[in-house]
Design a protein around this ligand. Structure first.
Ligand SMILES: [Cu+2]
Length: 156
């Protein structure tokens, strides 16, 4: 069987194709479908590029208290461009969600407290794992989105 496979030419013409045993035929079809779906997946991800692909802005975050706990928390965000220069004049909104469904998101706006440094005050309403989504409107009007996890918020 193996011998047969290694010596078998790939079916090039329609005639070749019908000469191929049906087992191999379906294997070829499955292989090409697999390849097609890979190509499709690559194309799909290429189309849905993240919004922030062009402006190279880094967003650093810190949260206090550390470790976070139920109650008020401060999120500090630092925006810098590729040359590590602070990015001022951005508008940042935060959305904090728990990793499980069925809870209202916590929404806040950050304020710039120094060049490129922004601060937001929010309240964790439950212990557990949170995700914070940042929507940043850069001075030029471009939008970027970042998210980070705040896992293991402790009960108060
Ligand atoms: Cu919850």
């Amino acid at each position: 069987m193996n011998q047969l496979l290694t010596h078998q030419r790939l079916p090039v013409t329609l005639w070749d194709w019908y000469a191929v045993p049906s087992v191999w035929r379906s294997a070829y079809i499955r292989l090409s479908l697999l390849l097609l779906s890979c190509v499709a997946a690559v194309l799909a991800t290429g189309c849905s590029r993240p919004i922030d692909s062009s402006p190279a802005v880094t967003v650093e975050h810190a949260i206090s208290p550390e470790p976070p706990q139920v109650g008020p928390a401060t999120v500090i965000l630092k925006l810098a461009d590729m040359a590590a220069k602070p990015v001022s004049g951005a508008r940042i909104s935060l959305e904090a969600d728990m990793s499980h469904a069925g809870m209202a998101p916590v929404l806040e706006e950050a304020k710039e407290t120094g060049p490129g440094q922004y601060e937001a005050h929010l309240r964790f309403t439950m212990a557990g794992d949170w995700v914070i989504l940042l929507r940043v409107r850069l001075p030029g009007g471009r939008m970027l989105e970042r998210q980070f996890n705040v896992s293991g918020v402790r009960p108060n």
